[in-house]
Design a protein around this ligand. Structure first.
Ligand code: BGP
Length: 473
């Protein structure tokens, strides 16, 4: 029975509002923190932004027709908070909600299960300006109000919900590296903003229990399982530190309702621990999810890092292989290339075995079902004559990762589904439009920027067959 993908397995693909929709100021939408940030000089690769993106807002019917033709079982998308609440709160903009109602109805009409993400980083700019966004506790109530609107209006139509997307990756970039809005570099502020995000996540899940009793909800975590660089006890300690600070810090809090003890004790010593008020622990305990969503791209390998060692550094955003600097927290850990695995042009380790062992670690530690909310390969693709894209490298990547999923299921992991990132090519936050993930190519013809023609890649036809054979069971 555990011999392969179960019946009803969710073969999906994923996207996010800012990266796909475009229509950034249409039908009453307010600005998000990304609308402004991308237009600041030097923030993104070649100044790319999501003003038009791939115009999914206007072309969703065409995109869903391609999904239906492929046989896709599930489509993960995110709702843009400032489409519904242009000022973050106050009166609902019905036109914004109407877009998602149409999108969901169209998916359902084609038997595609919608997987709705409540927050994929596009915070209303007004809330950043009013009270500093995630740095204020006031965001907990505003986020809950926004979520409750969606729960009330869409409860009967959407069964799978993702609360926060990659709180760990997004807030680390936003408050430690300064590479996502609001562009802060301060660890104390980081841990405090992150604490508020946990409270908001738990508050939304608590409200969900009453309003969507038949639904399932969980966060999507950017999961990079850690490896030690060597069996040297100092590297082993660095590896444990990395697991604790880069994985358990979030996953324990989501699933067990408390921060991991050793990490919290360490931060109390350094003065970086978040302020935890009476009542916070009770709220966190109400936030236990129904499943863990993971976005899996790579494993990371860690070595000892002395107190005067490497500091946190940003990612390679150009696609020039071998340009990612070592990054770490002095006294705790630093990253090291793993000599045993190949990497992408953006230096991400290609490691399907890491997916299998990561799924096992999570399943054993938390005992929850898992939904792979993202997995895929970002690469330069070439459009060849006759509208062909021979992305055999992407097919190889997906094939090996799907094989790892099958093995993890055999190992006893309760896996609900697998979403390829992404369905069409879309904007990569910091890497522009040249880093492509899609099963469907989007032609960005410089002579005709509004063209955005959709073209099926080889991987589209390959995934179509995988779905038809339920993963090749
Ligand atoms: C995750 C995000 C996605 C997506 C993906 C690919 O971190 O949830 O939104 O962008 O990674 O990353 P990138 O575009 O940086 O290559």
């Amino acid at each position: 029975e555990l011999d392969g993908f179960p019946q009803g397995f969710l073969w999906g693909a994923a996207s996010a509002a800012y990266q796909a929709e475009g229509a950034w100021n249409v039908d009453g939408k307010g600005p998000s923190i990304w609308d402004g940030f991308c237009k600041q000089p030097g923030r993104t690769f070649q100044g790319s932004n999501g003003d038009v993106a791939v115009d999914h807002y206007h072309r969703f019917r065409e995109d869903i027709a391609l999904m239906a033709e492929m046989g896709l079982k599930a489509y993960r998308f995110s709702v843009s908070w400032p489409r519904l609440y242009p000022d973050g709160r106050g009166p609902l903009n019905e036109a914004g909600l109407a877009f998602y109602e149409k999108l969901i109805d169209t998916l359902r009409a084609h038997d595609i299960e919608p997987i709705l993400t409540l927050y994929h980083w596009d915070l209303p700019q007004a809330l950043q300006d009013d009270y500093g966004g995630w740095e204020s506790r006031r965001i907990v109530a505003d986020f809950e109000r926004y979520c409750v609107t969606l729960f009330r209006r869409l409860a009967g139509k959407v069964r799978f919900w993702v609360s926060l997307n990659e709180q760990n990756y997004n807030l680390t970039n936003a408050y430690q590296l300064g590479t996502h809005p609001p562009g802060v570099r301060n660890r104390k502020r980081f841990f405090q903003a992150n604490h508020h995000a946990f409270l908001a996540n738990a508050g939304a899940i608590a409200a969900f229990r009453d309003l969507v009793p038949d639904g399932l909800i969980g966060p999507s975590f950017a999961y990079s399982p850690a490896y030690p660089a060597s069996p040297d006890p100092r590297d082993m300690l660095a590896f444990e530190n990395a697991e604790e600070f880069t994985n358990h810090w979030w996953l324990d809090t989501y699933c067990l309702g408390r921060y991991p003890g050793a990490a919290l004790a360490y931060l109390r010593k350094t003065g970086e621990a978040p302020e935890i008020l009476p009542g916070d622990r009770d709220l966190l305990a109400q936030g236990r999810p129904d499943f863990i969503g993971i976005n899996y791209y790579q494993t990371l390998t860690y070595a000892d890092n002395p107190p005067d060692g490497e500091t946190m550094r940003g990612i390679n955003t150009t696609g020039e292989k071998g340009t990612t600097p070592a990054s770490g927290v002095p006294g705790l850990y630093k990253t090291r290339p793993n000599p045993h695995v190949e990497t992408t042009n953006w230096d991400w380790a290609i490691d399907p075995t890491g997916l299998r062992l990561g799924l096992r670690r999570l399943s054993s530690r938390y005992g929850l079902p898992i939904l792979i909310t993202e997995n895929g390969l970002g690469e330069f693709d070439r459009l060849e004559r006759g509208d062909l894209i021979h992305d055999d490298y992407r097919i190889a990547y997906l094939k090996d990762h799907i094989a790892a999923c099958r093995e993890a299921i055999t190992d006893g992991v309760d896996l609900l589904g697998y979403c390829v990132w992404s369905f069409t090519d879309i904007l990569s936050w910091l890497n522009g439009y040249q880093k492509r993930y899609g099963l469907v190519y989007v032609d960005r013809d410089e002579r005709d920027p509004k063209d955005l023609r959709r073209i099926r890649k080889d991987s589209y036809f390959w995934y179509q067959k995988i779905i038809k054979d339920n993963g090749g069971n």
